[in-house]
Ligand binder design. Structure first.
Ligand code: PHE
Ligand code: CO
Length: 279
């Protein structure tokens, strides 16, 4: 089942790429993969995941079986006005951003196969659901993701999408937050990955590992200059002080910022700049 090189079945969808979850199609193997992935992540969360994520997960009840989108939607709509929609897999940018702008979060309906338990390149149900959905119960994150969708539709017209894609990556996917107890992950790419969860949140490192990643304070321009890697652990992470910071720092009009960025150098994922604000 491939479509333009994308995994997933893109045949029976509506114009906006929605598909039914088709819950009855999940096999006991799929359910088993879900339960084992969930259990493994759950054990890694203490001292690594944001308290917002952990508390949200506690309110939800999806440890034992693949969640049903229609049931979760009743809770999510009441909490923050977001709604999950089933999709076959990755979406064209404009389709994806239009959903976010309307507080609809696309969730891939298929889950990885048992042999992909430890590693999968494309987002599957586990990443999309476990990583993103608990955070969408937080009002600030919920507002930020919608603002991002609206901003991306605007950036699309202004030629700023490359910059905004980096912002998505370094916040929604791989963001960290400084909580009173320490540095914690809120990005879905970290929260859904056993390896990255440890890699991203261990600022006290043995000497042999010191050069493998760095932690910087939230810096809009620095993030938007920095390329990212999709197939290995991140080399640079950015930490916010609070979830409000995401809203306040991204509220200004970015039109001129995109113009300014066109004149600034693009930085490699592991760049070290003299002006960097390290944690
Ligand atoms: N403030 C941005 C603009 O005017 C929009 C935006 C908001 C982008 C939030 C990303 C996140 O273009
Ligand atoms: Co994601």
């Amino acid at each position: 089942m491939t479509n333009n090189g994308l995994r997933g079945n893109y045949e029976n969808m509506s114009d906006d790429f929605r598909v039914a979850q088709n819950y009855a199609n999940y096999t006991s193997d799929h359910q088993d993969v879900w339960r084992r992935l969930y259990q493994r992540q759950l054990e890694l969360l203490p001292n690594r995941a944001s308290s917002v994520f952990i508390n949200s997960l506690k309110q939800l009840d999806f440890a034992n079986e693949i969640p049903r989108f229609d049931i979760v939607n009743q809770q999510l709509l009441a909490a923050t006005g977001w709604e999950l929609i089933g999709v076959p897999g990755l979406l064209p940018d404009e389709v994806f951003f239009t959903h976010l702008a309307n507080r609809r979060f696309p969730v891939t309906i298929w889950i990885r196969e048992p042999h992909e338990f430890d590693y999968i390149v494309e987002p599957d149900l586990f990443h999309d659901f476990f990583g993103h959905v608990p955070m969408l119960f937080n009002q600030h994150l919920a507002d930020y993701v919608q603002a991002y969708g609206l901003g991306a539709l605007k950036a699309f017209k202004l030629g700023g999408l490359t910059y905004l894609a980096r912002l998505y990556w370094y916040t929604i996917e791989f963001g960290l937050v400084l909580e009173p107890e320490g540095l914690r992950a809120y990005g879905a790419g970290i929260l859904s990955s056993p390896g990255e969860l440890a890699h991203a949140t261990a600022p006290i490192l043995p000497a042999s590992e010191i050069a493998t990643r760095q932690w910087l304070h939230f810096d809009l321009v620095r993030m938007m200059q920095t390329r990212y890697q999709i197939d290995c652990f991140q080399s640079t992470y950015f930490a916010i002080d609070s979830f409000e910071q995401l809203i306040t720092e991204t509220a200004p009009d970015f039109s001129l910022l995109y113009k300014a960025l066109n004149k600034l150098p693009v930085l490699s994922p592991d760049a070290h700049e003299a002006t960097d604000q390290r944690l």
